[in-house]
Design a protein around this ligand. Sequence first.
Ligand code: BGC
Length: 369
Amino acid sequence: MKKVFGILLLALLLLLAACGEEETSSEDTGTDDAPAEENTEADEETEDSGEEEATNEDGISIGFSLDTLQEERWQRDRDLFVSKAEELGASVNVQSADSDDAKQISQAENLISQGVDLLVVVPHDAEVSASIVEMAHAEDIPVISYDRLIKNSEVDLYVSFDNERVGEMQATAITELVPQGKYVLIEGADTDNNAHLFKQGQMNILQPLIDSGDIEIVYDQWTKGWEPEEALANMENALTSNDNDIDAVIAANDGTAGGVIQALAAQGMDGEIPVSGQDAELAAVQRIVEGTQTMTVYKPIRDLAERVAELAVQMANGEEIETSTTVNNGQIDVPSILLDPIAVTKENIDDTIIADGFHSEEDVYQNAE
Ligand code: BGC
């Protein structure tokens, strides 16, 4: 009898332990080299402390490998992705490579050897990261290319915004204000496929105006690592080599726009020369209100992060993913989902960024009189 009772008690405890075994994520904030250890064992005997143990034996475990957390947006991406994935019962191990290819590869290697079910990758280098796909596939782990395309690989899915459209929006906003004149292009990182798409989009708008002689590109430079300091230095060069005689700047994102505006300010030209951006970073939106930046492109990150979290869980469960489009990455037509970006100027900040709760009204107008 005692024995039967003992077995029943054990069964009850096991049941309780299973219920208490919540999906715990082992994300770290991305500054570490070593990925946080996923718990793979040692959980069975912890009936009274199921919460602390991230076993996730039945749940899905996702590795999220980010190039960087430098721009404000990536922190948002990380947080929204992790919370949606957890809500869906998955655990996420987040790694940030600090813009270092070797580090991104070794972090991915670690995630793979920990046995994640799926990898979500924001590649630092569009080409180099193909090796991550290869390594993952060797272990039957699918890979989703997040926001940036991994080129020349058999990556399973690409989810991003329509990045060529982003570039078109930037150039449209600036050419509306400056239909004729001398243009400076401060582009993104050459290693990022998106930077090329943004430029392509800009050229779709600029080329006819260049051909007609209305616009002249007097300076055109990539920005190493998307670093604002690099953008600042490039913009200083653009100004010096043109004796400050320029009329407009197309900057590929808000970080680079910040560098550009700093260089313009040093010459007393901020607020005089239209400058584009992208990401709807708080500092940029404040500059728009203040009048030193003309526009930004708002990309509702929640839509991207949550969509990818849902798709990741579906894919890891072996479900078929339906996509309406494909993007060629040099090797295959990658099944793709491209979300819509939104151009934002002073006029529609309230109806877009603030209405969506992306930034609060108080924060946006903090420096406005
Ligand atoms: C992203 C931008 C971001 C940039 C720098 C691009 O790939 O699409 O939103 O500003 O990288 O991180």
